[in-house]
Design a protein around this ligand. Structure first.
Ligand code: DP6
Length: 338
């Protein structure tokens, strides 16, 4: 029996300039550009194993087998790899996160980055990182960015996508470019109520501010990119916080409130830290957790402050980190394709 198996690891990323909204049409193309920092300190590890003896593909996440409805993006991804790389077997996918899954801690970003890399690495060495990033993007656009380490950018998709256009993320600067630490203030260990895909759809369909967001986001992105390249921590922080607040303002106006009381308390605590003279800036994704950007020398003190905020369960300290990598690959009898 042929052995095709690979294990890949990937880390979540947090967007400083947010992706929120998709192009109409097939292929999961973002409507706005985004820029993120890949984090260390939280890891998804995914194994893909192709087996001749399986009746169908299987996806097991954190020890629980997903039904077709829950696992459809992962199933679509492995199906594409099977077709494009000419594999005649079914895939067994096993993935584990060492942080809460699906609660707005970007587990889909690290999850689909690790899955795309493991699925490809188990069959072929011929795909470059951009092609793997594009594969991950179709499953979840933020995952395209987790293939790369440090500061990473993803452009908006074409205005009227047909579905096959390649759109990969690309690195903008290495992890050490701008010294910072992200303090992830975990406010719940449970899954979020509305996933990003549905949340974006609801925002574009119902928010009176959706158009304003789509116009604002590319400008804010360009400014943030400039501040990052200039290594201006305070400008990056201010623009990141503004991007998150504008995204949530648009979502909230459409009836979609990801925040809880703890989110609001944590945002107030960040403002108080700043008023006290320490540069600290907040960002929030499609969930209730607040992520605080601080300089490394301020991380320990701000961590203590955030840990004391009512509703904050724990604080994870995550400096910028590396991109996804293959830990192990075995391709006996693999048919190479490109
Ligand atoms: C708020 O990448 O999860 O985290 O492409 O529909 O899977 P899909 O969405 P996803 O959205 C991430 C939204 C965000 C902002 C960001 O990461 O840019």
């Amino acid at each position: 029996m042929s052995v095709r198996e690979a294990v890949a690891v990937a880390h979540p990323n947090v967007a400083l300039s947010k992706y929120w909204g998709k192009r109409e049409g097939p292929g999961n193309y973002p409507a706005v550009p985004s820029l993120s920092v890949t984090l260390s300190g939280m890891t998804t590890r995914t194994r893909v194993r192709w087996r001749d003896d399986l009746p169908g593909d299987r996806v097991v996440l954190d020890g629980r087998e997903l039904c077709a409805q829950q696992g459809w993006r992962a199933l679509a991804l492995v199906d594409r790899v099977r077709r494009e790389l000419g594999v005649g077997a079914h895939a067994e996918v096993e993935s584990r996160n060492d942080f809460p899954t699906a609660s707005g801690l970007a587990s889909s970003a690290s999850g689909f980055a690790a899955l795309a890399l493991a699925a490809v690495a188990s069959c072929s060495e011929a795909w470059d990182a951009a092609r793997v990033s594009d594969l991950a993007r179709v499953a979840s656009a933020s995952a395209a960015r987790s293939l790369f380490g440090g500061f990473v950018e993803l452009d908006a998709g074409p205005p009227s996508p047909r579905g096959g256009e390649v759109l990969a993320a690309r690195p903008v600067a290495p992890p050490e470019h701008l010294p910072l630490v992200v303090l992830v203030c975990v406010t719940t260990e449970g899954p979020k109520a509305v996933g990003s895909t549905d949340g974006m759809r609801a925002t574009l369909a119902r928010s009176p501010y959706a158009r304003a967001w789509l116009e604002y986001a590319p400008r804010a992105h360009a400014e943030l990119r400039r501040a990052l390249l200039a290594r201006d921590f305070e400008a990056v922080g201010e623009l990141a916080e503004a991007s998150a607040l504008a995204m949530h303002a648009s979502a909230i106006a459409g009836g979609l409130v990801y925040w809880t009381g703890a989110t609001v308390e944590a945002l107030a605590a960040v403002r108080a830290v700043r008023a006290g003279g320490t540069p600290a800036f907040a960002t929030v994704d499609a969930g209730p957790h607040v992520k605080v950007l601080v300089r490394p020398q301020d991380a320990a003190g701000v961590r203590v402050t955030m840990g004391g905020v009512p509703g904050v369960l724990r604080v994870i300290e995550a400096p910028p980190g590396a991109g996804a990598r293959v830990e192990r690959a075995q391709r006996a009898d693999a048919r190479e394709a490109s």
